[in-house]
Design a protein around this ligand. Sequence first.
Ligand code: UT7
Length: 331
Amino acid sequence: MSQLARAQITSLGTYVPPRILSNRDFEKMVDTTDEWIVTRTGIRERHIVDHGVATSDLAVEASRCALARRNMDASEIEAILVATVTPDMLFPSTACLVQHKLGIKGAWGFDLSAACSAFVYALQTGAQFVATGAHKKVLVIGSDVMSSILDYTDRATSILFGDGAGAVILEPAEDDQGIIDFVHEIDGAGGCSLYMPAGGSLHPATHQTVDNRMHFVHQDGQAVFKYAVRKMGEVCEKLLSRNHVKAGDIDCFIPHQANQRIIRATAERLGVKPDSVIMNIEHYGNTTAGTIPLAMETAREEGKLKKGDLVLLASVGAGFTTGATLLRWTI
Ligand code: UT7
């Protein structure tokens, strides 16, 4: 067991764009129904940006919220990690854009690509900088504008995703509080089950890649579903077992919000208390790197995430990437 000492989340901020795309709106766009979407996914609506609003804009709003709640000036931040699969552009990194927009001087940072697991991966990466003493104040952001890479003629995929962002501030923890342990795993064999084929070095943009709709998310939904149900439970069980924690002792289970059925199956397999399971997919859809901090916010609003609570985070995403984090909530 890796005993990580210790970073804690000292503030949380979130942001979703105001515009809502409902299932009823989708009924007018593709051959689908509200009933099908709700039954198969649990999603009723998702927020999407207006033209010209990018991932860094959502990230900045979420970060401002986290900084204000901590009463912290942006200039105190030493490192900025942005988890995203929809950077404003391939380079410069979204972290650079966020640093500039927030007016932070003297910080460094970078983007982290792990799709739906990117927030938990970035959280752990940031926690290492705090745990080693390299930094005392790290801003970790999960932000995605999925609407920028969706094919809105593809009913099986476009209905799943929304836009949104969340940010946390990491600082040193006292005693046994804060981030306790993690289990992360990647499995590239699943790469072609969920991917965006073009726009990188393999298939740079050409008229042909655009005509062939290769700059959109392509997904084998059933393959992802099966992997997610199996793997999310597996990493959580490993994490709980090596920390001698029983599933019933988890106060708040915050899974990635990809599909209500995946969440329910994982929660049942683990045996966590039904009341501890956080679900807000109904209103946001899958916001990729944004889901876990957005679900933290929902948990706090619902009074299900309180100081001292033992929290389990879990995610599965494109790659495949899987992650689970155990932490003691301190705010
Ligand atoms: O963070 C990771 C991101 N991705 C995921 O987690 C996705 C995981 N997968 C899923 O959530 C599910 O596989 C989906 C929601 C994408 C699809 O649900 P499903 O129960 O696996 O449906 P399916 O793909 O087996 O499709 C069943 C039927 C098909 O019609 P036929 O072939 O049976 O006639 C589809 O064409 O449903 C059809 N269908 C739809 N019908 C109405 C697919 N999308 C839609 C739709 N509306 N939007």
